[in-house]
Design a protein around this ligand. Sequence first.
Ligand code: ZN
Ligand code: ZN
Length: 238
Amino acid sequence: MLLRIRSKISYFFKSVLDFLFPPICFGCNKEIDSGIVCYQCYNKITGSWLGVCAQCGYPLGYNQSCKNCKSSLTLPRIRALGFYTEPFLPLIHALKYQGKKSLAEIFGKALTGLLNSDPILKQAEVLVPVPLHPARKRERGFNQSELLGFEVSRLTGIPVVNALWRKKNTKSQTKLDSKKRIENMQGAFIIKDNKTVVNKKVILIDDVITSGATINSAAQTLLEAGVREVFGLVIARA
Ligand SMILES: [Zn+2]
Ligand SMILES: [Zn+2]
């Protein structure tokens, strides 16, 4: 009885709050009835129709040639849900900087759909989240890539192994050109646990890929530690 009254009271207060401050979609700022993502943004996340390179799966815009195949990325296949524009950009910011961790569940579900639809990524045996530097993780309280990895793991049964450790606390790379980014990321990771990944096919999970320098450096470290093959799975491509 008491519980029922309490839930009625909390429902009442929630309704009042929703009336005064209607929930807003973090992807497009539109008012919504409940939750944190509107129906349209949800569909864009989970049903992305972006162009991809037939060879490596790298996301491509209209009439674009493949950056992954042209450059010397170590990863033979990288899949992404979309481009780093709306709704992906504001949603990734909400996850990382506003701590909206429930977005990791939505992204994790979408990444799982993408993984299951890809004949090459589907062969993966281990998921490795790209780690944050410990100082950065302490500051943020969590690693968004790890949250994504846990969610994909929960839905696919592929285990997450935190096989890498980030020893370089690289500052924002946005002001560097791609050559500088690669130099900057060299030796940024070391292997923490190679027993569980040796000879395995691994998917590196990250939120955003820009030049590919970060994921490339992580892949290099895994390959040097005896991993058989490394693929990439990310939310968005900048
Ligand atoms: Zn929206
Ligand atoms: Zn390609």
